[in-house]
Structure formats: C-alpha cells, structure tokens
Write a protein that binds this ligand. Structure first.
Ligand SMILES: Nc1ncnc2c1ncn2[C@@H]1O[C@H](COP(=O)(O)OP(=O)(O)O)[C@@H](O)[C@H]1O
Ligand SMILES: [Mg+2]
Length: 296
C-alpha cells in the first residue's frame, strides 16, 4: 500500500478565520499532513467544530487554505474539479429536477459531447447500482432521506471521479437506513476500487469502511494526532465485524481518542517525538498494538 500512487496529498494545511472579537485570527487547524493512496478509503474523525467540513471544502476546492496546500493527482487544488466528487452532509440535490435529471446534469458537465441516449444509459447504471430503479422520474421531495442520499451517491459516482469526498453523508439518517447505506457503499466502493475520503464522527462507520483513519484533535488549533491502520480483514461486513478479535481493540482505541486524547493531545504535541509531517501510525490489534513511524 505504501508504494501506491498518492491521489491526494495534504501538505502543511492551515485554515484561520478572522476572530469573532474582531481582532486577530482564530486558527481552526494547522500543520495538517496526510495522504490518500489510489484505491484506498481514508476516514477522518474528530469532534464537532474541529474543522472537518472546512478541511473537506479545501480538498474539494470550495475553500482556500490560509497556508499549505492540497495536491490532487499531481496538481495543486485551486478550484472544484470533476475529478473530485463531493457527497455533502445534506443531499444538495436540485429540487426541481428528477432523480435522472439530477444525475444527468452532472454527467452532461463531465461528458458534454455525449448525446442524451448515451447519458441516460450511463445514468441508469448508477441509479440501478444504488437500488433506485423505478424512481428515475421522482423529484427529491418525493424521496425519503435515505433515497436522497442514494441519489447523491449515484450522482457522485456517475462522473467517475478520481476521488470521492464525503462529509458525514449518513449523519442525518436513522440508524437502520444508515446501516444499509453503509453496506451498499462498502460494496460499491470495493467493487469499483474507488479512492475515497470520508469525514465522520461515527466510530463504527470508520471501522467498517476505512483502510486508515486520521484522528483530528479538538479545535481551535486542531492537529492530526495519529493515523490508525484498520486491523480488521478487508472482507468485513457490518454484521460480522464485531466478532473479529481486533474489533474491540480498534473501537476502544478510537473511543479513547474521542473521549480523552482529542482534548489532552496538546501534551503529546509538545513531546519531542511528535512530527506533524509524520504523525504516529498505530494498528490496534488483539495481539498488541503496533506503533510505527512510516515515512511519507
Ligand atoms: N466561513 C467561516 N468564517 C468563520 N469561521 C468559520 C467559517 N467556517 C467555519 N468556521 C469555523 O471553523 C470551525 C470549524 O468548523 P467546521 O469545519 O464546520 O467543523 P466540523 O465540520 O468539524 O464540525 C468552527 O469553529 C466554525 O465556526
Ligand atoms: Mg462538519
């Protein structure tokens, strides 16, 4: 995996905003370094307010960093690109367009030379993939929350992006719907080898979906505390992952981070061994955690 092509490289990223008191600036996060390799699924977890959405917007090219940069497939990100599809927290569908119309809109901007028939056939594949066959002509108001997010997934995948960026795409859904969409997404992504980056604060979602999990401390001045390698077998499913001996070590490590270390990390930061360019990599497992520094 380490030799794989890095599709996204985040290098020394910082975002600050003018402070609300009117003087100076408040840094949301800074000195953030990590990467996403080809075919990999990386999750980032952190508490509300640590800057996750801000970070994703910068990755998408919708917001500018205060310093540092994001390299996507060899080029600095300056604006949005069809190579980086985003699935937002809300569904962000155009309410006056049908399911087909919403997906077709994205597909026609990706391939303007395609005729209507070719586009429709292409869209239909993705509508079928997310199990919305039969709902092609419905408008967003006629769909449940889960169905709307399915359209968002189909629309993002239909433009065949190099990387799929997701900002807590299932957070507004009930637990059952969230679970079935996670399963579907896992299947689709594994089958397509889709490089993905997802923000979440749901630990089980991160364990189910990701190859690696970036841990972000609380803001302001949030930092990447650590990168966790998923020690569960790749063939895991939502219904069996909790039976694997590495499940609780993974889960406990992430809970410990969210409950305690995300707040107290400043002391670890001050330790001489912490290098923001090379955050510690840990692989929690039943036969003992392994901690190593991996050269980037
Ligand atoms: N445009 C903005 N102007 C000022 N502050 C902002 C702006 N966007 C985000 N912030 C601040 O940045 C912090 C992180 O926000 P956000 O990225 O939405 O966090 P998260 O997604 O982790 O909950 C918050 O304190 C928020 O108030
Ligand atoms: Mg957010």
């Amino acid at each position: 995996m380490n030799k794989a092509n890095k599709i996204i490289k985040v290098e020394g990223l910082e975002r600050s905003f003018p402070s609300t008191e009117g003087k100076g600036e408040t840094q949301v996060f800074g000195d953030v370094w990590f990467d996403v390799k080809e075919g990999e699924f990386v999750c980032l977890i952190g508490h509300s307010g640590c800057g996750k959405t801000t970070l994703l917007n910068i990755l998408a090219g919708l917001d500018q960093a205060t310093s540092g940069h994001v390299i996507a497939d060899g080029f600095a990100v300056e604006k949005p690109s069809l190579d980086r599809a985003v699935i937002f927290q809300g569904h962000a569908l155009m309410p006056w367009m049908t399911v087909m119309g919403n997906i077709d809109f994205a597909v026609s901007s990706r391939w303007p030379a395609w005729d209507k028939e070719k586009r429709r056939a292409h869209c239909q594949q993705f509508i079928d993939m997310v199990h919305l066959t039969g709902s092609e002509n419905k408008k967003p108001a006629q769909l449940s929350g889960g169905m709307k997010q399915r359209v968002g997934i189909a629309r993002a995948l239909a433009i065949e992006p190099k990387v799929l960026l997701m900002d807590e795409p299932f957070s507004a859904l009930d637990a059952l719907t969230r679970g079935s969409l996670q399963d579907e997404l896992l299947g689709i992504i594994a089958q397509r080898g889709q490089t993905s980056f997802m923000i979440t604060h749901d630990i089980d979602e991160a364990i189910l979906l990701s190859d690696r999990i970036v841990l972000m401390t609380n803001g302001p001045e949030a930092r990447v505390c650590e990168i966790v390698e998923n020690s569960l077998p790749k063939e895991r499913t939502r219904s069996d992952m909790h039976t694997h001996p590495n499940y609780y070590p993974m889960r406990n490590h992430l809970i410990e981070f969210l409950v305690n270390r995300s707040k107290s990390f400043r002391e670890e930061l001050a330790s001489a061994s912490y290098d923001p360019k090379n955050p510690p990599v840990v692989r929690p497992a039943a036969d003992g955690d392994t901690l190593n520094q991996v050269a980037s």
